[in-house]
Design a protein around this ligand. Structure first.
Ligand SMILES: *[C@@H]1O[C@H](CO)[C@@H](O)[C@H](O)[C@H]1NC(C)=O
Ligand SMILES: *[C@@H]1O[C@H](CO)[C@@H](O)[C@H](O)[C@H]1NC(C)=O
Ligand SMILES: *[C@@H]1O[C@H](CO)[C@@H](O)[C@H](O)[C@H]1NC(C)=O
Ligand SMILES: *[C@@H]1O[C@H](CO)[C@@H](O)[C@H](O)[C@H]1NC(C)=O
Ligand SMILES: *[C@@H]1O[C@H](CO)[C@@H](O)[C@H](O)[C@H]1NC(C)=O
Ligand SMILES: *[C@@H]1O[C@H](CO)[C@@H](O)[C@H](O)[C@H]1NC(C)=O
Ligand SMILES: *[C@@H]1O[C@H](CO)[C@@H](O)[C@H](O)[C@H]1NC(C)=O
Ligand SMILES: *[C@@H]1O[C@H](CO)[C@@H](O)[C@H](O)[C@H]1NC(C)=O
Ligand SMILES: *[C@@H]1O[C@H](CO)[C@@H](O)[C@H](O)[C@H]1NC(C)=O
Length: 579
């Protein structure tokens, strides 16, 4: 049930679902990953081989050197919900030759699972710095396996730090008679030595010298290190930190994942509609959300308008087997340039970065990494000053409805801008950071609330310009989601849910006005499912995906793949550049 089901015919199963959950020995219903995602109850297949799930993405470009493999842990995640994260000591590998340093570091997560289980969100942190936010794949009786590889070179300073650090993984899972799936996980990190000749890093900007966690302290935590943000535009979760006084550049990398009442925030109804129709247990606040980041509670330093990641149990779990949703195995992160505000942070005192979610309902998991570059020239401290900053949000909404049928239009736009200078051994450089956002959402409810059509578009552009140093950096993103759902009451308290979905992500990056990479990623899916309580007892799902990346030095990758139920019916990939 992707959409809250308002009609009398379909509220019944929803109530039934709640009853089922109440009968279950769940420690805290409100904290469960999601009541609206489903796990499947399907007959075992003839196939005995485990199914391999994957997210379509370009292969990581690797140097021509032999990697050192650093095995980090093997662990089974069974009854881990409301328990401390799994912890292991981390030190960099001692057996790796590193005279030229490492030009690439890759994290590898392998997991297997068998039985029935929900999709679970998880995070992996090193010394409080988040390295991966991801979602598990949902198992089937004959078993599944999947691998997530992530280029973690940008976290080099944390990964190579000699001090002893805790590596923490929180994956809140519940195993009982019904939900039998235990996640068996291996994590290794591959260190690729630089060859010496081309240690330049292939045009990638140099990794930060130091990364500070903006997350919760792992001590006494029965949860992930993320902040849990809910309920309002005013509720701010924040974390204090102190930076070295010779920092000359700062970038905040924000991790975001919405859950429960906001997992499908882009389908949430306006409150007027909810009130007029007496819909009591339906998530509302309309379909617009953003995460706003503030410094010391007063300066808005940036915003995140997140991509609509759909987890592996989302909408119809059969859509995501074995091709997982865009971003679901490696959730996108969002960078906010903090160099313009460095002047406010260089006083050696503690400062705070806070997060709020505009219109947010329970619950958003948000935290961040503060990447810092420090001046190595002597003891000389840098100095700086924030010169100008501003931000403005515009929201529009329009609604026409009669009873449960109606049309809603929501529009939003925002700009955020900061400008400041920093003087270091690199000179006196003025940095300006500009974000521009625009958004539209049209929603149509039909059939007495049983059908919903949502079309959402979001444009995000970020620009960092330096006067007196380096080419400007710009990125543009286009996010789109189109979703049609239609539910009908079936026999035996079942609901038949029909879905059509298009999910798109486009990204272009520019350096000094010149395009350096371009990505187009689109999934189209359709499916049907028979839902009984919280279980899907039948149905089908078909997904097609087109992925097309073009980067610097003619590095390209495309993949055109489609699946039906669990079977790949078409798969073509290559590295030829399509212009
Ligand atoms: C983890 O590693 C162990 C030992 O190499 C292996 O037996 C097991 O199959 C691996 N599991 C996964 C999920 O990769
Ligand atoms: C993960 O699985 C792949 C493919 O089976 C294997 O090559 C790799 O060694 C595994 N890595 C870990 C960390 O278990
Ligand atoms: C969130 O809102 C709900 C409903 O309005 C309320 O019951 C709950 O106490 C609120 N939680 C917080 C943390 O404000
Ligand atoms: C909503 O509830 C109120 C009070 O119980 C009732 O008067 C009204 O008719 C209800 N409206 C709908 C649309 O059911
Ligand atoms: C609501 O109705 C008015 C008048 O017919 C129309 O101008 C407007 O576009 C409608 N809004 C929506 C969201 O359909
Ligand atoms: C750095 O440059 C800015 C803008 O030109 C100027 O206002 C500021 O005084 C300079 N700072 C120093 C320490 O020279
Ligand atoms: C996004 O940008 C495109 C191209 O400039 C434009 O056609 C579209 O209307 C924009 N969408 C929104 C929601 O602003
Ligand atoms: C309804 O459910 C009951 C119990 O699960 C089952 O025995 C029966 O066959 C079902 N009837 C139909 C028409 O599916
Ligand atoms: C697979 O697809 C067919 C329809 O083409 C359907 O009958 C079947 O139940 C589907 N579902 C699964 C999980 O095999």
């Amino acid at each position: 049930m992707t959409t809250p089901l308002p009609s009398p015919a379909s509220t019944l199963p929803l109530l039934f679902l709640l009853l089922l959950l109440l009968l279950h020995p769940f420690p805290a219903i409100a904290n469960l990953h999601n009541l609206r995602t489903k796990s499947l109850k399907l007959p075992p297949t003839h196939s005995t081989k485990p199914t391999e799930f994957f997210e379509v993405t370009k292969p990581i470009s690797l140097p021509n050197t032999i990697p050192c493999i650093h095995h980090i842990f093997t662990h089974d995640f069974a009854s881990t919900f409301v328990k401390p994260p799994f912890l292991t000591n981390y030190t960099p590998p001692s057996h790796c030759p590193s005279s030229h340093g490492f030009s690439k570091i890759v994290l590898e997560w392998n997991a297997t699972c068998k039985g029935r289980q929900f999709d679970r969100i998880f995070g992996l942190w090193l010394g409080g710095v988040e390295l991966l936010r991801s979602c598990t794949a949902e198992p089937r009786p004959n078993g599944i396996l999947w691998t997530v590889r992530k280029d973690v070179t940008k976290y080099s300073s944390s990964l190579l730090s000699k001090r002893r650090q805790d590596l923490a993984v929180f994956l809140g899972n519940i195993v009982d008679g019904t939900y039998t799936g235990i996640y068996h996980v291996n994590v290794s990190i591959y260190f690729y030595p630089a060859s010496g000749e081309n240690s330049g890093g292939g045009g990638n900007s140099k990794a930060a010298d130091l990364i500070l966690p903006i997350s919760r302290n792992v001590e006494n935590l029965n949860d992930g290190l993320w902040f849990q943000i809910e309920n309002s535009s005013t509720r701010i979760e924040s974390s204090e930190f102190t930076i070295p006084s010779n920092a000359y550049r700062a970038v905040l990398e924000v991790y975001v994942s919405p859950h429960q009442d906001d997992e499908f925030w882009y389908t949430n109804y306006p409150n007027d509609y909810i009130v007029a129709n007496n819909l009591t247990s339906t998530p509302g606040n309309g379909p617009f959300r953003e995460v706003v980041v503030s410094l010391d509670g007063v300066i808005t330093v940036g915003a995140v308008w997140p991509f609509t990641v759909i987890y592996t149990g989302g909408i119809n779990p059969l859509l995501w087997r074995p091709i997982s949703g865009i971003g679901s195995f490696d959730l996108p992160t969002y960078d906010i340039e903090l160099t313009p505000v460095l002047g406010n942070l260089l006083d050696g005192k503690a400062h705070s970065l806070g997060f709020s979610v505009t219109n947010g309902l329970s619950v958003w998991f948000v935290d961040a990494n503060l990447h810092l570059w420090v001046d190595r020239e002597g003891e000389k401290t840098t100095e700086g000053k924030l010169v100008a900053h501003g931000s403005e949000l515009g929201l529009t909404s329009d609604a026409n409805f009669t009873g449960l049928n109606g049309k809603f239009e929501t529009g939003a736009s925002r700009w955020v801008s900061t400008e400041g200078w920093v003087k270091s051994s690199n000179g006196n450089i003025t940095t300006r950071f500009d974000q521009r956002f625009s958004y539209s959402n049209s929603m149509e409810m039909g059939k007495g609330g049983d059908s919903q059509r949502v079309k959402q578009r979001c444009n995000v552009s970020d620009k960092v310009s330096f006067s007196g140093g380096g080419p400007s950096l710009r990125s543009t993103n286009r996010f789109s989601v189109e979703l049609y759902t239609d539910s009908k009451a079936g026999r035996n308290n079942t609901v038949l849910l029909e879905t059509r979905l298009a999910l798109g992500l486009g990204n272009r990056r520019f350096r000094g006005g010149k395009e350096v990479s371009r990505l187009g990623n689109l999934q189209r899916a359709r499916g049907e499912m028979v839902v009984q309580g919280d279980l899907v007892s039948g149905g089908f799902g078909a997904t097609k995906q087109w992925y097309n990346y073009g980067g610097e030095e003619e590095k390209c990758y495309f993949r055109d793949v489609s699946s039906k139920n669990y079977t790949i019916v078409h798969d073509r990939q290559g590295i030829k550049c399509h212009k």
